[in-house]
Write a protein that binds this ligand. Sequence first.
Ligand SMILES: Cc1ncc(COP(=O)(O)O)c(C=O)c1O
Length: 368
Amino acid sequence: MIPFVDLKTQFQQHRDEFMQAIEQVLQSASFILGPDVSRFEKEFAAFVGSRFAVGLASGTDAVHLALRAAGVAPGDEVITATNTFYATTAAIELAGARPVLVDCAPDTYLIDVAALERAVTPRTRAIIPVHLYGQVAPMDSIIEIARRHNVTIVEDACQAHGARYKGHGAGTFGAAAAFSFYPGKNLGAFGDGGAVTTDDEGVYNRLLALRNYGSPQKYQHPTFGTNSRLDGVQAAVLLVKLRYIQKWNNARAQAAERYRKNLSGVADIKLPALAADSTHIYHLFVIQVPDRRDEILQELAAREIYCGIHYPIPLHLQQAYAYLGYRNGDFPVAESAAQRILSLPMFPEITDQQIDQVSETLITVMHA
Ligand SMILES: Cc1ncc(COP(=O)(O)O)c(C=O)c1O
């Protein structure tokens, strides 16, 4: 059996470190906003290359609260790509704003910058470039568009821990950037978690209030806030994992190279294209097959090889977004990709033998 991600092996490999870190939180009973959360925030900010990081309860909260802290308010429009995960647009709605969707580039699946600029209106307040699958969106063009139209950038870096663009970390380009520590992410907690990074002290201070009842001092609430804090236990786990993230990202890149070697030149398989100026941390290894994708997925599962689809329905065609008024055919690139994309098993501990087995089985199933 080859799982899509294998969280059990990673736990076993570092079991003692995790158990020690967790036990120390339990012994000290620092469950909420304790020393591990502060230490993790400092170390994560340093890892990303930003001045500040604020630990939050999830990536969804990270996008939502980053938007609010960056000034997005009810009635505003926020532009993002239709082929992102639902949480990106849910976060826009949580901030009271209206999602405006655009198509993606056919090779990298990152936001189509020409379409992005066409979607700007006088109501546009922010743009969310999503660093999808582990590559950084074309930030030079996006920053230029944002400057020209005086709109804010909030990065969705939930799939891009440690990715770099022209040498700068994902999470350092916008007014704020959101990360998820969902267990399957490149840097994943043992439950839900998230963070926002920023260089802006004002955004940082607003986030501290937003995550903690708007309360700089107990029982004083000068501004609105909710409850969205990273748990001490999760921070302790993430501190252990931060020691290894670079090594794990490198292992993913090596696995990707082996997939490329095995699958290059195979008829009807389109390998992931590398985005200009970005590294790829291979949160996902997404290929395209021209037809029979769902059958191929099922036939692989029947042989106990588990793949994924990220994502099968573009957001403009989701029922939850019927109110936005988009139609089938509005975003042909994303619609076509959604029919053809297939995410192969990818995790740092995947062995050469497993990669070879996935590759051989895929070729057999495709050409059967
Ligand atoms: C692109 C993107 N945005 C937002 C999220 C939301 O993160 P979470 O699941 O931690 O709420 C995720 C991950 O699930 C994601 O992949």
